[in-house]
Design a protein around this ligand. Structure first.
Ligand code: IMP
Length: 428
């Protein structure tokens, strides 16, 4: 049995799409277990670009089963658009290769409106969400008023639940925000139509995954966002509302922790984040601009420029600990080409005291001064390099030093956006 979980080890956007795509080719089943269409990655295959938000990247291979687990929140209009776009590009999306959990919660237009109004209401203290209604949908889930796929499939149950929710939500929109609410019939009819289009894909995916694992199928769990955006382990409250850490795969897909064999942490050769919140190694200078432009650091979902900074070992050790990462995949090493000096943050200092573990308190994190180790850069183009030995000496030294500091080996090094621009150090 080989069950692998891929997690982002930073604040998301680590390049998980490319690594997932690479590993998906070697898997039989690919599963999303959390988040929604707040995530996004671009995969290039045979010269065609695919932008995926909800559907696992395995969909580009006709023989893979792709699963949207119960831990994902599904916006049906976004999902159906993604399905149509894929079909238009010749990708087969059928009930045999796409499965959606009947326990997954559904995103409604009122969630998106709540997200927008709440962010606006917070003024300067907004979280910088993607405004896709993700947080409000998860909130309804924990409030026990959420509407799941199985409810959407049953017209009477759906009618009752939607009616109750809209009464309550419309009152909030009117009384608190002075805004128009939503028309019941319009949402009901639109979502009934969505339900019929999605029905062929909806099933009990926990049962499906259990049986596939028992048959010895290779299963890949594709985490969205990253460790530092995890609801518990991220830089709370500047986090997403789900669990991108490896443990999220068990709850978000309905498999037991004993079924997981490997956890691959995806790490970018530097750090980026979108949205707000403290970022100890952030570079607000020309090196930050260099990383943003050279690494195309603009959000796939929102187009927002990403904040850029040096790699942070305190953060990576933390990610390794909370997800039990067994190997790392290093991405975008090529972006660093051309920098004279490269810094690695090896620890933090608060008022002269060294901090080794990532703090819970944002007030502490804001006070953390990074301790840097400086390394020599390289200027040679590395995009054509396919073996570790052929990397420039200083690039090898950088990778080896990261490994030494984090204490976990790299299994993959990505040196460019294309699939073949990859150095594989361990077979999967
Ligand atoms: P939400 O997930 O839309 O609620 O946004 C909460 C926080 O997570 C914000 O800081 C977002 O910018 C961030 N976020 C959500 N999805 C992603 C992602 O895929 N990559 C990077 N940041 C994300």
């Amino acid at each position: 049995m080989s069950v692998t979980v891929i997690v982002g080890a930073q604040w998301g956007d680590e390049g998980k799409g490319k690594i997932t795509d690479y590993l998906a080719e070697r898997s039989e089943v690919v599963v999303r277990y959390q988040g929604g269409n707040n995530a996004g990655h671009t995969v290039e295959k045979d010269g065609v670009q695919y932008k995926l938000h909800l559907i696992p990247s395995g969909i580009l291979y006709p023989d893979k089963i792709c699963v949207i687990g119960n831990g994902v929140v599904v916006d049906p209009s976004a999902l159906l658009k993604e399905i149509e776009d894929l079909k238009a590009k010749g990708v087969e999306v059928k009930e045999d290769n796409l499965k959606i959990s009947d326990r997954a919660h559904v995103v409604f237009p009122y969630h998106i409106k709540e997200d927008e109004l709440e962010e606006k209401g917070k003024g300067d203290e907004d979280l910088g969400t993607t405004k896709k209604g993700i947080g409000p949908c998860y909130r309804d889930k924990t409030e026990r008023i959420g509407i799941r796929m199985c409810d959407l499939m049953n017209a009477e149950v759906f009618r009752e639940k939607l009616k109750k929710n809209l009464e309550r939500k419309n009152k909030i929109f009117k009384d608190i925000y002075g805004e128009e609410g939503f028309d019941f019939e319009q949402i009901f009819e639109t979502y009934r139509e969505y339900a019929e289009r999605l029905r062929p894909y909806v099933t009990d995916t926990s049962v499906l995954l259990y049986n596939l694992a028992k048959e010895g199928k290779k299963i890949l769990f594709e985490g969205a966002q990253g460790t530092l955006l995890d609801l518990d382990f991220g830089t709370y409250p500047y986090v997403t509302a789900s669990h991108p850490v490896a443990g999220g795969a068990t709850v978000g897909a309905g498999i037991g922790p004993t079924m997981i064999d490997n956890v691959i942490g995806v790490v970018k050769a530097y750090t980026t984040r979108v949205g707000k919140g403290p970022f100890p190694t952030e570079l607000k200078d020309e090196i930050g601009d260099f990383l943003r432009e050279k690494g195309y650091e603009y959000g796939t979902t929102t187009g927002r420029p990403r904040r850029c900074g040096w790699i942070d070992i305190v953060m990576l050790r933390y990610a390794v600990r909370v997800s039990g990462i067994t190997s790392l995949a290093l991405t975008k090493l090529d972006t660093l080409t051309g920098l004279e000096k490269i810094k690695i943050c090896t620890g933090y200092k608060i008022n002269g005291k060294i901090i080794e573990d990532f703090p819970a308190s944002l007030e502490e994190l804001k006070m953390c001064e990074p301790i840097y180790e400086e390394m020599e850069g390289w200027s040679e183009n590395i995009q054509d390099v396919r073996s570790f030995e052929d990397l420039p000496l200083n690039a090898k030294k950088y990778v080896k030093r990261l490994e030494e500091l984090v204490g976990v080996e790299f299994s993959i090094i990505s040196v460019g956006p294309e699939r073949e621009e990859t150095i594989v150090l361990r077979n999967f």
